[in-house]
Design a protein around this ligand. Structure first.
Ligand code: NA7
Length: 507
């Protein structure tokens, strides 16, 4: 088959191409944040730290691309703007911003879940004489903060990584926080050679473990319940996990933390206690402590010295829920309470997650129905990989699949393999098209919502819920049932002749 990949950036990397802000690092550990299909590279590659930094991941992705000689099928600096389905020809007609038009039998979106920046426009911005940046579109040449007054807006995963780094060189950093965040230590460190050797000796087992796990992370989940644990056990378990660092703090401690409010209060109190013990100024600590939504239901960041950074003389915190931003001035930001000087404003304000990147392309299916209109009340998909009325359109890590709740390479590989097998099945079975049935899609979407509603996740105004974008429907978008269960379901669907899909015979 002929394959053509169109990419908006001038190189590969996606998230790791665009997010070059200081401190940008993956929260999955290096040893399992990689592809499983290059066994030579898996052995040769040396990750320098426990968690991979952005430059190292980008280097890895470029290496994979070159090793597989993929660049000949890639077209860079080209954004796909529209795709419409021609029902007579049974082909997708695709438009790009460089004037290239093409027709293709199969259309696969690999647009990412967090690639459309949420960049609020603040009143008065036109008068600002300094520079503004969004973490998700960072200049390739980098930004110097030396001697600068810097303002940063947003304390999600990106802000929490960038703040400690920027604080080290800026003359002064003012953090504008709308919602305090729970964050736990990453405990990043140089790669331990013994750990690396152990992984390399057992890579096949580790990979398999990741594939059948809940979040694509190959470590055992705890089945203990915090509500059944003694005070002593809770403290010891949380302290140990806090010291070890990483997501093990959520899944490796107790199984009920995001299932039950009473259980959640226990862990939330522990983290708030940590904030009190780290942050020296009690007024600042009080502002940093999250209340009002359950721990772990907004994407939990991993940090390196985040709370510690607020003990620095050159860092101050502005709680914009109490004193909202009224305007940007020529030399800073004015809130209802005062003026804060800035030469540089960094927007760490996140993304229009999951549906945003798909809606950036004007996708029209059968009968000219726009994907955006079909999903006006929230995404409807079958398995997160397809949607009724849009034959031969496959979405890698689309809404309704584990995607952002998982270690992404595991989920990406699973989708790519499933789509590859599906296209193979069509061609060998002499079928032209595959399309999810309305019924299968309704049932799957209802299932995605039903399992989310058994957890505390829908209680937070998170980007998982679309709550960070004005007017976006509040629907929990990713599939929370676990990558292992999800894989099983996808495999069963394929094994039963693509149950829940209509296939048409070749004309
Ligand atoms: P997030 O997690 O969406 O965080 C964005 C932050 O910006 C968050 O603190 C928001 O506050 C804040 N925000 C957003 N819009 C505004 C406006 N208009 N004014 C003030 N503050 C605002 O994005 P990240 O880039 O940090 O992380 C995205 C994902 O990338 C991350 O979860 C990982 O999966 C990797 P809010 O909480 O909405 O009140």
């Amino acid at each position: 088959m002929n394959v053509r990949l169109y990419e908006r950036g001038d190189g590969v990397g996606g998230t790791w191409y665009w997010n070059r802000y200081p401190g940008a690092r993956c929260d999955s550990e290096s040893m399992y944040y990689s592809f499983s299909f290059l066994e030579d590279l898996e052995q040769e590659w040396h990750w320098s730290e426990r968690y991979p930094g952005q430059p190292e991941i980008l280097n890895y992705l470029n290496t994979v691309t070159d090793r597989l000689d993929l660049r000949r099928d890639m077209v860079f600096s080209t954004a796909v703007t529209a795709a419409s389905y021609d029902e007579d020809a049974k082909r997708w007609l695709v438009d790009t911003d460089t004037g290239v038009h093409l027709s293709t039998r199969y259309l696969i979106t690999a647009v990412g879940c967090l690639s459309t920046a949420n960049r609020p426009t603040l009143p008065g911005e036109e008068s600002f004489v300094g520079d503004t940046y969004h973490t998700g579109a960072w200049p390739h040449e980098g930004v110097s903060f030396v001697g600068k007054q810097v303002a940063i807006i947003g304390t999600g995963a990106s802000g929490i990584q960038a703040i400690p780094e920027i604080a080290q060189t800026a003359e002064h950093l003012t953090v504008f926080q709308r919602t305090p965040n729970f964050t736990i230590p990453a405990e990043n460190r140089p790669m331990d050679p013994e750990f690396e050797a152990e992984w390399k000796a057992n890579y096949r087992e580790w990979r398999e473990k990741g594939r059948v796990s809940r979040a694509g992370i190959p470590y055992d989940a705890s089945d203990k319940l915090v509500l059944e644990a003694s005070e002593e056990d809770r403290l010891e378990t949380f302290e140990q996990a806090w010291g070890r660092g990483g997501f093990v703090f959520t899944f490796g401690t107790y199984a009920d933390l995001v299932m039950n409010m009473e259980a959640n209060n226990v862990v939330a109190d522990f983290v708030r206690g940590k904030i009190d013990s780290i942050v020296k100024d009690p007024v600042v600590a009080a502002k940093l402590k999250p209340y009002g939504y359950p721990f772990g239901t907004k994407r939990l960041p991993l940090d390196t010295n985040y709370f510690e950074t607020f003990n620095r003389e050159n860092v101050s915190l502005v709680d914009i829920s109490a004193e909202p931003i009224s305007t940007v001035t020529s030399d800073g930001i004015r809130t209802t309470e005062g003026d804060y000087q800035a030469d540089i404003i960094v927007f760490a304000t996140g993304f229009d997650a999951m549906t945003g990147p798909l809606f950036n392309i004007d996708i029209q299916g059968k009968g000219g129905v726009k994907l955006k209109d079909k999903w006006s009340a929230g995404p409807y998909t079958y398995l997160g990989v397809s949607t009724a009325g849009f034959p031969n359109l496959f979405m890698i890590t689309g809404p309704g699949s584990p995607s952002v709740l998982s270690n992404m390479p595991v989920s990406i590989e699973q989708h790519v393999e499933w789509i590859d097998d599906c296209i193979d099945h069509l061609r060998h079975g002499e079928n032209d098209t595959i399309e999810a049935t309305e019924q299968a899609e309704q049932e799957w979407t209802a299932h995605v919502n039903a399992i989310a509603s058994k957890t505390l996740y829908p209680k937070a105004a998170s980007w998982y819920m679309g709550a960070n974008i004005a007017g976006k429907p509040r629907v929990f978008m990713p599939y929370i049932g676990g990558v292992g269960n999800y894989r099983k379901k996808c495999d069963e669907v394929a094994a039963h002749g693509y149950e829940g899909f209509d296939l048409t015979a070749s004309s």
